[in-house]
Design a protein around this ligand. Structure first.
Ligand code: A2P
Length: 336
């Protein structure tokens, strides 16, 4: 795919779609053309991009002719319906939904970890779950150094992961509580303001939620580590943007904190922000809007033999979604 690439974005008016557009512009992706798609509700709306005005088109069958790459972020229902159409028109689809992630013929890619998998695609490449990407950005260098065995993780997920309506819900409820009004709910099953909700995505028979199982299933595929064990608890917290994950990981080899820090420091896309003496650790307020993921509170775990505990934070709309998708598009543009 050498030269300028003709790119489409499906879901361009959504939280992730708008970030995709910003990231393409900020990274000066070499575009031959750009076209934006959303529902009929948004058709005709104008969006600024690189000093030009782009017009949102209605997503329909047959609109993808002439595009090389189509980035999909319009929900799990839209991708299965329209991605095959884009592939039939000759485009490569980079899909942010969970629809195709676990299919054998669909690469699931975090470019810093498994960029090479991109080239095994048959038209669709999947972008992993947001919390999984952020957690693996810290775990991948540690896995290469010490050999990962099992992980216990708890997520602290921002409301923007549930879309624009959820941001409004948190704002509204903070106002309602502050002024003594009754709290109203539309997005979450419980009040999110001044609360935490230990429930993200649908419950499975096992008692875990679908979101929680993504960390193990997608982690195995991305790390090429089929025996990896992960027990995850996903929690929604009243934070606007950036997910945090508390991780305890057990390794095959003896671990040391200095070696772990060095491995993380040497890995592209993740940085240490860790100095207890100066109360330095990553927090979502500081990390929102940043490309890299940040690790703090790194310490030898006192419950696992070869264990490390740490805290990792990343902007789930950027590295957890839009940035990762654009990085996959960059891998395709660069070629092998
Ligand atoms: P629209 O704005 O026209 O509804 P978010 O996750 O932030 O809610 O964004 C979802 C994105 O997916 C929006 O761009 C939305 O467009 C788009 N979308 C949702 N359903 C459809 C659909 N059936 N066809 C096309 N685009 C859709």
């Amino acid at each position: 795919m050498a030269g300028d690439v003709r790119v489409g974005i499906v879901g361009a008016t959504g939280a992730v779609g708008m970030e995709m557009l910003r990231v393409l512009e900020a990274r000066r992706y070499r575009l031959g053309a750009i076209r934006l798609f959303a529902s009929a509700r948004s058709a005709g709306r104008r969006v600024k991009f690189a000093g030009e005005e782009l017009v949102i088109e209605e997503l329909k069958k047959g609109v993808f002719q002439g595009l090389d790459i189509v980035l999909f972020s319009a929900g799990g229902g839209t991708s299965p319906e329209y991605a095959p159409d884009a592939v039939a028109a000759g485009a490569v689809v980079i899909d942010n939904s969970s629809a195709f992630r676990m299919k054998d013929d669909v690469p699931l890619v975090v470019p810093e970890i498994n960029a090479g998998d991109c080239f095994g695609h048959r038209g669709i490449i999947a972008n992993p779950n947001c919390s999984t990407i952020i957690t693996l950005m810290a775990l991948a260098p540690l896995h290469r150094t010490f050999g990962l065995r099992r992980v216990i993780a708890s997520t602290y997920q921002a409301v923007s992961g549930s879309g624009a309506m959820a941001i409004e819900e948190l704002k509204r409820q903070v106002g309602q509580v502050s002024s003594g009004e009754a709290v109203t709910r539309e997005v979450y099953p419980h009040q999110i303001a001044f609360n935490v909700i230990p429930h993200v995505d649908q419950f499975l028979e096992s008692g875990y939620t679908k979101e929680e199982m993504k960390m193990e299933n997608e982690g195995r595929k991305i790390l090429h580590h089929p025996s990896l064990r992960v027990s995850c608890t996903c929690v929604r917290v009243p934070v606007y943007r950036a997910h945090s994950i508390s991780v305890v990981a057990e390794f095959e080899k003896a671990v040391d904190v200095a070696g772990a820090r060095a491995a993380i420091d040497a890995f592209s896309g993740v940085e240490m922000k860790d100095d207890p003496a100066t109360l330095t650790y990553p927090m979502p307020l500081d990390i929102a809007g940043m490309d890299d993921c940040f690790v703090g509170r790194l310490r030898r775990d006192c419950a696992f033999e070869n264990g490390l505990s740490f805290w990792v934070v990343g902007d789930q709309l950027l590295k957890g979604a839009a940035l990762n998708a654009v990085q996959i598009a960059e891998v395709l543009q660069r070629g092998r």
